[in-house]
Design a protein around this ligand. Structure first.
Ligand SMILES: O=C(O)CCC(=O)C(=O)O
Ligand SMILES: [Fe+2]
Length: 209
């Protein structure tokens, strides 16, 4: 098993490593029970400080196609696409998930980016989570609630595309050289689809003021 940081084999029953050369990605459907995942999604929708950010894309201001919000320890700051996100203080469910993920993986997470895809028009373009504040080989834990949507990995060198449907209550772990070698994203779809919340727990190296 690639994920040497796991010390409790039973907790990882049902996890499988994706066949992505050079990367380290594992996928575990049903990491949360369906009922628990549904209850958490309902609370997150009403309790998080969701907003739709505007970013500069090729010199134009555009609204990003989803709602998002950043939670974390007070000394974390996250920048991407010209946006600088300061964290909101931990909401209860996010903190419980953070603590559970730390116990589950042996890794550390001091922040989480929450994304709410309201329908098939909401999406996330191909990108790598390779900002310097995440370090060279970040461990990123991605929890999905709600509508299953295809999640694409594209190999930066070969352009080979691998798609995996991230299901309700699933956990995707990315680590090692995954961000260096691959991009990932969520395409728009013209299908009628329900809403989906994704949580990516990360460790951001604290800034020194
Ligand atoms: O919604 C997802 O599954 C992916 C989210 C993502 O890639 C990110 O937040 O960086
Ligand atoms: Fe990402």
């Amino acid at each position: 098993m690639q994920f040497g940081l796991f010390d409790n084999e039973h907790a990882h029953a049902g996890a499988r490593d994706l066949a992505l050369p050079g990367a380290a990605v594992s996928y575990q459907p049903g990491w949360l029970s369906a009922d628990n995942a549904t209850a958490i999604a309902t609370r997150l929708k009403s309790q998080l400080q969701w907003h739709q950010d505007t970013i500069k894309l090729f010199g134009k201001l555009v609204k990003i196609p989803r709602l998002q919000v950043w939670y974390g320890d007070t000394n974390t700051v996250y920048s991407y696409s010209g946006l600088t996100l300061s964290p909101h203080p931990w909401q209860h469910d996010l903190k419980v998930l953070r603590d559970t993920l730390q116990a589950h993986t042996g890794g550390h997470f001091n922040s989480v980016l929450a994304n709410w895809y309201r329908d098939g028009k909401d999406s996330m373009g191909l990108h790598s989570d390779d900002e310097p504040e995440l370090g060279p080989q970040p461990l990123i834990a991605s929890v999905t609630l709600g509508q299953p949507r295809p999640f694409a990995f594209v190999n930066k060198q070969t352009k080979a595309r691998t798609t995996i449907v991230l299901e309700h209550g699933s956990l995707l772990l990315m680590q090692g050289d995954t961000q260096r070698l691959y991009q990932h994203g969520i395409n728009k779809t013209t299908r009628q689809v329900g809403e989906r919340i994704n949580l990516t727990f990360r460790y951001v190296y604290p800034y020194s003021a």
